[in-house]
Design a protein around this ligand. Structure first.
Ligand code: IPE
Ligand code: IPE
Ligand code: MG
Length: 246
């Protein structure tokens, strides 16, 4: 079979075609396994997060190159913030800050619409103001990146319903809840990829994942590559999505 060569001389061209023909508009990642990646190398967990952050930057770009319009990443759950040692949370906050600074300064990130999902209230002021600043950037945006920080699917649904109640609702519809979630007008994820070998959703996009295809990889997040994304796309393209039909 003839494969069109993509920009990088790989088969990226054919993957781009698969993204298009399969209608893959939104990919979400549960970036799990940083800690175990570090432990395996005798390094502190924080080193795993640092490596994970580099992989995140690379793969966000790659998803854009192969034509995926929306990417959502799970960076910190509500349970992570509650249950992990301060040292690890502080290191994660530093990595978030560094990435936000990168985005503010780089021209590459200019065509990226960045939105944060999750409950910002308990986050440090410095981080929150950078989040607001990044979301307020204007310009031609062709791609969207949702970053889930202090995010929990249950928390998001509760906040959404409470917003509707505060606005005077007595009875709510599915459409009302969908629209008032943090993801707002975003299409639901077509595929959710979880690395790190666990086959669970860990409170991620509970409402939005109703008909998402779930893809689990044994690889730790810092080991996940463009080729692994290609494999997930190929797997997705082979699914038959029925949405309850026949
Ligand atoms: C995912 O990696 C990143 C975050 C939860 C912030 P982990 O930190 O959960 O890594 P493991 O699962 O302990 O290996
Ligand atoms: C899910 O990973 C959260 C993120 C990747 C940010 P966890 O490591 O927190 O999930 P559990 O605890 O194994 O379910
Ligand atoms: Mg984990």
């Amino acid at each position: 079979m003839f494969l069109k060569l993509g920009k990088k001389g790989s088969a990226a061209g054919s993957v781009t075609e698969l993204v298009r023909s399969s209608g893959l508009r939104h990919i979400a990642f549960i970036m799990d396994g940083n800690g175990r990646w570090a432990k395996k190398r005798g390094l502190p967990r924080e080193a795993g997060h640092k490596e994970g952050s580099a992989v995140f930057k690379k793969l966000i770009e790659y998803c854009g190159e192969i034509g995926i319009k929306t990417v959502t990443v799970y960076a910190l759950s509500t349970e992570n913030l509650k249950n992990r040692p301060k040292k690890e949370i502080d290191a994660l906050m530093k990595l978030f800050e560094a990435y936000f600074r990168d985005c503010t300064n780089s021209t590459k990130a200019k065509d990226l619409e960045i939105r944060f999902i999750g409950n910002r209230e308990p986050l440090p002021d410095s981080i929150r103001s950078m989040m607001t600043e990044l979301e307020a950037r204007t310009g031609e945006k062709t791609k969207r990146l949702n970053i889930a920080i202090n995010y929990g699917g249950r928390d998001e649904i509760v906040r959404s319903v409470n917003k509707l109640i505060s606005a005077g609702a007595k009875c709510v519809t599915e459409d009302d809840i969908t629209a008032s979630l943090d993801t707002g007008e975003c299409v639901p994820p077509d595929i959710i990829v979880r690395t790190g070998g666990e086959s669970r959703i860990s409170n991620f996009l509970l409402w939005q994942s109703a008909y998402s295809e779930l893809y689990f990889s044994e690889k730790y997040w810092p080991d996940f590559t463009e080729k692994d994304v290609d494999e997930a796309v190929r797997w997705f393209a082979g699914r038959s999505r029925r949405f309850g039909g026949i």
